[in-house]
Ligand binder design. Sequence first.
Ligand SMILES: Cc1ncc(CO)c(N)n1
Ligand SMILES: Cc1ncsc1CCO
Length: 217
Amino acid sequence: MSWSKASWQRIEGIYSEILKMPFITQLTDGTLPLEQFQFYVLQDSSYLENFGRALALIAARAHDVEDILTFTRFAEGAIVVENALHESFFKEFHIDKSGPVGPTSHHYAHFLKSTAALEQVEVAMAAVLPCFWIYKKVGDEIYEKQKEHNNPYQKWIDTYAGEEFSVLVEQAIAACDRVAASCTAQQQERMHHAFYTASQLEFMFWDSASALHSWPF
Ligand SMILES: Cc1ncc(CO)c(N)n1
Ligand SMILES: Cc1ncsc1CCO
């Protein structure tokens, strides 16, 4: 079995819990409270900037020149999506840019950046993979289940359910499988662990938006 298939099997439980989250079901039927979406977009703007930095670090540390190109494009894509949030969602949903970055977004960003800087590059590639793969699967799931035609969150759904994103996800999975093939069993296990941790953080990211989770002081 490929590294990616085995890794996805380990997070199957997390993924099925994600699909049941109120944030996701309400995004699907358009009933998500505006305040929660605003909170999410503000957190995601900070997340995407840091995700872009982590991807650029991985690009710089990649062994294979193809991977330098691939991860450089990913880094660019993350910043382009972040800019799009500012151009459209921030204006359309009246989001206050000066709002604080909450603890979950903060933690996820730092997990990705420290992994990208200090762990073996293959482990860093595995750590960023859930950001691609879970969003793709969730985007497709929401798109299929959707019945509401006037969903105020349609543009968000289209970002991740589209063909363009799908191509990038395939490349990210293929890169992980390729590098995993030259890793020892122990190194592959560390890749699985990073993939699992990032998947938990994906769950927590949505959960924190439902709860409008912020710092105590
Ligand atoms: C938290 C989070 N994870 C993944 C993505 C998609 O890359 C995103 N926009 N936000
Ligand atoms: C995973 C992901 N999220 C926003 S953009 C993107 C692909 C990187 O270009």
